[in-house]
Design a protein around this ligand. Structure first.
Ligand SMILES: *[C@@H]1O[C@H](CO)[C@@H](O)[C@H](O)[C@H]1NC(C)=O
Length: 526
């Protein structure tokens, strides 16, 4: 009897480790067909990327710790990958779905992602990460709900709306890529802004007077920071990329590329239609008063006054965490004293990082695992790049497991930048104009800043973050400006543990696709 029990324990453990998912937590299964299809987001027909016939793709709803098994079948004529913005993939960069970790899914092929949304709550999105496909759609919302017994720091809203907003081009993604980016030309200005795949007057959120609704807004665009507001209504900020925030009230919110926010909106105005407005920000240099296009969506029975003067407030520096709120686990998020720990080192990302990632045929993660030489060399990103011409010689930065680091993004350009780190959320310590110096630390928020996965860096300004490198893997650090990202403004952070233990990182999945110089290797010993 005792042996029997031991045996079954062993089997469960093996399943758990082999699949990179936790057998005790619920599973949700998805089958996605990726196809081209006609879409008309700005009134003209263009080729979109559909998931199960939908643009945007289907919403993923999950509860903290759920296992998501997502089978993606590629019916495009091009290789394809999906990545999961803000989903931490604990111990599992194998599922991250970027070109540095995964071989693309070839036309006619499929890949099943096994993702556990371990210890996460909040609002995120998925998107196609390869070949500029993001310009054709293929993105969708991800909501991770708290487990039933975990208190949420606001009453259950009457409804929960996903708002996938962003700039949009009428030009086909292939032409944007081949005729602009690959010739070193800048993309033209976007043709408009979309909300949930629709342009002007295309979408309605229906609400009941007097009730309160949650809106989860993500900027899924390519190149443009946006400002979000609802005519005549206040926005109460409650969540930023998985952190519950202090519930400040805003007239409008700036949402930079790749960022996600949740706000509560009470329909406390007379019954009539109101506009949900998304406008561009910062695109023409630094001129916040002049959005050059606006899309508005009517919110039926959403109330109020005239448009009047729209206040633009910068959200970023003031978003603060609600230290009394529970996160995914019962212990308060604030119990992690991020501000009291001294980072082991500071990494300055001061230059325009532009490296060519295009010529590699083997994902870095696979090259690392199979010890294939010549694909990358580790560690030659200077911790302190000098001058303005510090080109990276490699696309991989080495870091040690459990290292606590400070990263300073210094932006000398006239446009706002947006930086994202896969596999992590990080503490935004501060941001300010001019040159960062060690003295800038005096003004860091050491108490209640938000932990998030994407931060803006204002023009001619710096943003400093602290990050605890507690997730072994090969993690993409990238500009969320998709033209920049495509041209190589990204690198990989290889968080390494010499222990080489399955406790720290899951083994390569059995179904891993192998390409380039990893082709023909075995994911399991014979
Ligand atoms: C492709 O789909 C088949 C059938 O569902 C599945 O058995 C196989 O594991 C999938 N391939 C990959 C690489 O995930």
């Amino acid at each position: 009897m005792r042996e029997c029990k031991l045996l079954s324990f062993a089997i469960v453990l093996v399943l758990f480790l082999v699949n990179g998912v936790n057998g005790e937590d619920p599973y949700r299964f998805f089958t996605w067909k990726i196809t081209y299809g006609d879409i008309y987001p700005l009134g003209v027909k263009q080729q979109g990327i559909l998931i199960n016939g939908q643009f945007p793709g289907p919403q993923i709803d999950a509860v903290t710790n759920d296992n998501l098994v997502i089978s993606v079948f590629n019916y495009l004529r091009e290789p394809f990958l999906i990545s999961w913005d803000g989903i931490q993939q604990r111990r599992n960069s194998w599922q991250d779905g970027v070109y540095g970790t995964n071989c693309p899914i070839l036309p006619g092929k499929n890949f099943t992602y096994n993702i556990q949304v371990k210890d996460q709550i909040g609002s995120f999105f998925y998107f196609p990460s390869f070949l500029f496909h993001k310009a054709a759609g293929g993105f969708g919302g991800i909501r991770i709900w708290s487990r039933p017994k975990i208190p949420v720091p606001f009453p259950n809203p009457a409804g929960d709306f996903t708002v996938l907003a962003g700039d949009w081009y009428k030009t086909n993604h292939y032409i944007l890529r081949r005729s602009y980016l690959e010739f070193g030309r800048n993309l033209p200005s976007p043709d408009g802004l979309l909300i949930n795949g629709r342009g002007w007057n295309g979408y309605t959120f229906t609400v009941d007077q007097g009730r309160t609704y949650r809106f989860r807004i993500s900027n899924v665009g390519l190149t443009t920071s946006i400002n979000f507001r609802i005519q005549g209504h206040k926005l109460k900020l409650v969540e930023v990329e998985g952190s519950h925030t202090l519930q400040n009230i805003y007239d409008s919110l700036d949402i930079h590329l790749g960022q996600s926010y949740s706000v509560l909106v009470t329909a406390d105005q007379p019954v009539q239609d109101y506009y949900v407005v998304v406008s561009s920000r910062f695109t023409l240099g630094y001129s916040p008063q002049q959005p050059f296009f606006t899309t508005a969506i009517r919110a039926r029975e959403f109330q109020v006054l005239s448009l009047g003067v729209l206040a633009h407030r910068l959200l970023g520096p003031s978003a603060r965490q609600d230290l009394s709120a529970s996160g995914p686990r019962p212990n308060p998020q604030g119990s992690y004293h991020y501000g009291l720990i001294k980072p082991a080192r500071t990494i300055m990302l001061a230059t325009l990082l532009l490296i060519s990632m295009g010529s590699r045929d083997t994902p870095l993660k696979l090259a690392d695992y199979f010890k294939i030489p010549g694909v990358f060399s580790v560690g030659s990103i200077p911790t302190n790049p000098t001058g303005g011409s510090g080109y990276l010689q490699t696309s991989v930065m080495h870091a040690n497991f459990r290292e606590y680091v400070e990263i300073v993004f210094q932006n000398w350009e006239d446009t706002v930048q947006s930086w994202h780190i896969d596999g992590y959320s990080f503490f935004v310590m501060g941001m300010d104009g001019g040159q960062w110096t060690p003295a800038s630390r005096v003004r860091y928020n050491l108490r209640d800043t938000v932990a998030r996965s994407t931060t803006q860096v204002y023009p001619r300004s710096w943003t400093a973050i602290y990050v605890a490198l507690d997730n072994v893997g090969m993690w993409n650090v990238r500009s969320e400006n998709w033209a920049r990202q495509y041209l190589g403004q990204q690198f990989y952070l290889r968080v390494y543990s010499p222990a080489n233990s399955w406790r720290d990182e899951y083994p390569i999945p059995r179904n891993a696709r192998l390409c380039g110089r990893a082709r023909g290797r075995r994911t399991r010993p014979l």
